[in-house]
Ligand binder design. Structure first.
Ligand SMILES: N[C@@H](CCC(=O)N[C@@H](CS)C(=O)NCC(=O)O)C(=O)O
Length: 193
Protein backbone atom coordinates (compact mmCIF):
# COMPACT_ATOMS: atom_id res chain seq x y z
CA UNK A 1 0.00 0.00 0.00
CA UNK A 2 1.27 3.48 -0.83
CA UNK A 3 0.10 7.06 -0.91
CA UNK A 4 0.53 8.59 -4.36
CA UNK A 5 0.64 12.38 -4.21
CA UNK A 6 0.27 14.32 -7.48
CA UNK A 7 1.64 17.76 -6.87
CA UNK A 8 3.86 20.65 -7.95
CA UNK A 9 5.57 23.68 -6.45
CA UNK A 10 2.33 25.57 -5.83
CA UNK A 11 0.52 26.67 -2.66
CA UNK A 12 -2.22 24.06 -3.03
CA UNK A 13 0.43 21.38 -3.51
CA UNK A 14 2.40 22.62 -0.49
CA UNK A 15 -0.66 22.15 1.73
CA UNK A 16 -0.39 18.40 1.24
CA UNK A 17 3.39 18.26 1.79
CA UNK A 18 2.98 20.31 4.98
CA UNK A 19 0.20 18.01 6.22
CA UNK A 20 2.27 14.88 5.55
CA UNK A 21 5.24 16.40 7.39
CA UNK A 22 3.06 17.48 10.31
CA UNK A 23 1.54 13.99 10.56
CA UNK A 24 5.02 12.47 10.63
CA UNK A 25 6.10 14.95 13.30
CA UNK A 26 3.02 14.01 15.32
CA UNK A 27 4.26 10.41 15.33
CA UNK A 28 2.17 8.90 12.50
CA UNK A 29 3.86 6.14 10.53
CA UNK A 30 2.67 6.85 7.03
CA UNK A 31 2.78 4.19 4.32
CA UNK A 32 5.28 4.61 1.51
CA UNK A 33 4.60 8.03 -0.01
CA UNK A 34 5.32 8.49 -3.71
CA UNK A 35 5.50 12.03 -5.05
CA UNK A 36 4.53 12.59 -8.70
CA UNK A 37 5.46 16.05 -9.94
CA UNK A 38 2.93 17.32 -12.48
CA UNK A 39 4.36 19.96 -14.82
CA UNK A 40 1.60 22.57 -15.16
CA UNK A 41 3.56 24.65 -17.67
CA UNK A 42 3.76 21.59 -19.95
CA UNK A 43 0.01 20.99 -19.55
CA UNK A 44 0.43 17.64 -17.79
CA UNK A 45 -2.76 18.34 -15.81
CA UNK A 46 -4.75 17.88 -19.04
CA UNK A 47 -3.46 14.43 -19.96
CA UNK A 48 -5.98 11.56 -19.99
CA UNK A 49 -3.96 9.77 -17.29
CA UNK A 50 -4.16 12.73 -14.87
CA UNK A 51 -7.78 13.53 -15.81
CA UNK A 52 -8.70 10.00 -14.74
CA UNK A 53 -7.29 10.83 -11.29
CA UNK A 54 -8.66 14.37 -11.08
CA UNK A 55 -11.49 15.21 -13.51
CA UNK A 56 -11.05 18.86 -12.46
CA UNK A 57 -7.52 18.82 -13.97
CA UNK A 58 -5.83 20.70 -11.13
CA UNK A 59 -3.21 20.01 -8.50
CA UNK A 60 -3.02 18.45 -6.02
CA UNK A 61 -4.53 14.95 -6.07
CA UNK A 62 -4.03 11.93 -3.86
CA UNK A 63 -4.47 8.24 -4.66
CA UNK A 64 -4.66 5.96 -1.64
CA UNK A 65 -5.04 2.27 -2.36
CA UNK A 66 -6.98 2.90 -5.57
CA UNK A 67 -9.14 5.73 -4.19
CA UNK A 68 -8.50 9.03 -5.95
CA UNK A 69 -9.20 12.27 -4.09
CA UNK A 70 -9.16 15.76 -5.58
CA UNK A 71 -9.34 19.21 -3.90
CA UNK A 72 -6.55 20.13 -1.50
CA UNK A 73 -8.83 20.73 1.48
CA UNK A 74 -10.65 17.41 0.97
CA UNK A 75 -7.24 15.73 0.91
CA UNK A 76 -6.30 17.46 4.18
CA UNK A 77 -9.55 16.24 5.75
CA UNK A 78 -9.03 12.73 4.37
CA UNK A 79 -5.51 12.52 5.83
CA UNK A 80 -6.64 14.11 9.09
CA UNK A 81 -9.42 11.56 9.54
CA UNK A 82 -7.45 8.55 8.34
CA UNK A 83 -4.49 9.30 10.63
CA UNK A 84 -6.00 10.77 13.80
CA UNK A 85 -3.75 13.21 15.70
CA UNK A 86 -4.41 16.37 17.71
CA UNK A 87 -3.97 18.22 14.38
CA UNK A 88 -7.44 17.26 13.24
CA UNK A 89 -10.04 16.42 15.86
CA UNK A 90 -12.65 13.85 14.88
CA UNK A 91 -15.04 14.64 17.73
CA UNK A 92 -17.20 17.72 18.31
CA UNK A 93 -14.09 19.94 18.12
CA UNK A 94 -13.82 19.26 14.39
CA UNK A 95 -16.26 22.15 14.03
CA UNK A 96 -13.40 24.41 15.15
CA UNK A 97 -11.55 23.30 12.03
CA UNK A 98 -13.93 22.27 9.23
CA UNK A 99 -15.58 25.66 8.63
CA UNK A 100 -12.10 27.20 8.18
CA UNK A 101 -11.14 24.48 5.74
CA UNK A 102 -14.22 25.32 3.67
CA UNK A 103 -13.53 29.03 4.13
CA UNK A 104 -10.05 28.60 2.72
CA UNK A 105 -11.27 26.56 -0.26
CA UNK A 106 -14.20 28.82 -1.07
CA UNK A 107 -12.70 32.23 -0.32
CA UNK A 108 -8.98 32.68 0.29
CA UNK A 109 -7.76 30.21 -2.36
CA UNK A 110 -9.87 31.56 -5.24
CA UNK A 111 -9.40 35.27 -4.37
CA UNK A 112 -5.62 35.01 -3.97
CA UNK A 113 -5.36 32.69 -7.01
CA UNK A 114 -7.33 35.02 -9.26
CA UNK A 115 -5.40 38.07 -8.07
CA UNK A 116 -2.10 36.29 -8.71
CA UNK A 117 -3.21 35.23 -12.20
CA UNK A 118 -3.65 38.86 -13.21
CA UNK A 119 -0.52 40.02 -11.38
CA UNK A 120 1.73 37.36 -12.81
CA UNK A 121 0.36 35.13 -15.55
CA UNK A 122 -2.43 36.57 -17.71
CA UNK A 123 -0.95 38.55 -20.55
CA UNK A 124 -3.61 41.10 -21.50
CA UNK A 125 -3.53 44.91 -21.81
CA UNK A 126 -3.48 46.83 -18.50
CA UNK A 127 -7.00 48.21 -18.99
CA UNK A 128 -8.35 44.65 -19.13
CA UNK A 129 -6.55 43.79 -15.91
CA UNK A 130 -7.76 46.83 -13.97
CA UNK A 131 -11.17 45.47 -12.95
CA UNK A 132 -10.11 41.93 -11.89
CA UNK A 133 -7.08 43.34 -10.05
CA UNK A 134 -9.26 45.78 -8.12
CA UNK A 135 -11.98 43.20 -7.41
CA UNK A 136 -9.74 40.31 -6.32
CA UNK A 137 -7.30 42.68 -4.57
CA UNK A 138 -10.12 44.21 -2.48
CA UNK A 139 -11.52 40.78 -1.65
CA UNK A 140 -8.06 39.48 -0.67
CA UNK A 141 -7.58 42.38 1.75
CA UNK A 142 -11.06 41.77 3.22
CA UNK A 143 -10.12 38.13 3.82
CA UNK A 144 -6.76 39.02 5.37
CA UNK A 145 -8.58 41.36 7.77
CA UNK A 146 -10.71 38.43 8.94
CA UNK A 147 -7.59 36.56 10.02
CA UNK A 148 -7.03 39.07 12.83
CA UNK A 149 -10.41 38.51 14.49
CA UNK A 150 -10.70 36.74 17.85
CA UNK A 151 -10.51 32.96 17.76
CA UNK A 152 -9.63 32.74 14.08
CA UNK A 153 -6.09 31.43 14.56
CA UNK A 154 -7.54 28.47 16.48
CA UNK A 155 -9.25 27.38 13.28
CA UNK A 156 -6.77 28.25 10.56
CA UNK A 157 -3.71 26.83 12.33
CA UNK A 158 -5.38 24.19 14.48
CA UNK A 159 -2.96 22.00 16.39
CA UNK A 160 0.19 23.72 15.12
CA UNK A 161 2.05 25.72 17.78
CA UNK A 162 1.65 29.45 17.21
CA UNK A 163 5.43 30.01 17.31
CA UNK A 164 5.89 27.53 14.48
CA UNK A 165 3.28 29.32 12.36
CA UNK A 166 4.90 32.68 13.17
CA UNK A 167 8.40 31.58 12.29
CA UNK A 168 7.23 29.97 9.00
CA UNK A 169 5.34 33.15 8.16
CA UNK A 170 8.33 35.34 9.07
CA UNK A 171 10.63 33.38 6.75
CA UNK A 172 8.12 33.58 3.87
CA UNK A 173 7.55 37.29 4.45
CA UNK A 174 11.27 38.04 4.45
CA UNK A 175 11.80 36.01 1.28
CA UNK A 176 9.00 37.87 -0.55
CA UNK A 177 10.15 41.26 0.69
CA UNK A 178 13.76 40.55 -0.32
CA UNK A 179 12.47 40.23 -3.88
CA UNK A 180 10.70 43.58 -3.56
CA UNK A 181 7.22 42.02 -3.47
CA UNK A 182 4.41 43.79 -1.67
CA UNK A 183 2.36 41.59 0.63
CA UNK A 184 -0.99 42.00 2.30
CA UNK A 185 -0.53 42.80 5.97
CA UNK A 186 -2.85 42.83 8.93
CA UNK A 187 -1.76 45.09 11.78
CA UNK A 188 -3.59 42.96 14.32
CA UNK A 189 -1.44 39.95 13.51
CA UNK A 190 2.18 39.27 14.28
CA UNK A 191 2.27 37.47 10.93
CA UNK A 192 1.67 38.55 7.34
CA UNK A 193 0.26 36.67 4.39
N1 LIG B 1 -9.66 24.24 -5.27
C1 LIG B 1 -8.53 23.54 -5.80
C2 LIG B 1 -7.64 24.51 -6.55
C3 LIG B 1 -6.55 23.78 -7.26
C4 LIG B 1 -5.72 24.69 -8.16
O1 LIG B 1 -6.17 25.76 -8.58
N2 LIG B 1 -4.52 24.22 -8.49
C5 LIG B 1 -3.64 24.95 -9.35
C6 LIG B 1 -2.24 24.93 -8.77
S1 LIG B 1 -2.18 25.70 -7.15
C7 LIG B 1 -3.59 24.27 -10.70
O2 LIG B 1 -3.53 23.07 -10.79
N3 LIG B 1 -3.57 25.08 -11.81
C8 LIG B 1 -3.41 24.57 -13.12
C9 LIG B 1 -4.49 24.99 -14.06
O3 LIG B 1 -5.41 25.72 -13.64
O4 LIG B 1 -4.44 24.57 -15.22
C10 LIG B 1 -7.76 22.85 -4.65
O5 LIG B 1 -7.75 23.41 -3.56
O6 LIG B 1 -7.21 21.76 -4.86
Amino acid sequence: MALDVYTGATPNGWKISIMLEELREAGVELPETRIHMVDLSAGDQFTPAFTAINPNQKLPALVDDGRAIMESCAILQYLGEKYPTPLFPTDERRWDVLPWLYWQAANLGPAFGNKLSYTRYIDVPDEEKAHPLERFGRESLRLVAILGRPGVDRGVAYGVPKDEVDSFSKERRERYQARGAKIAANENLRTSI
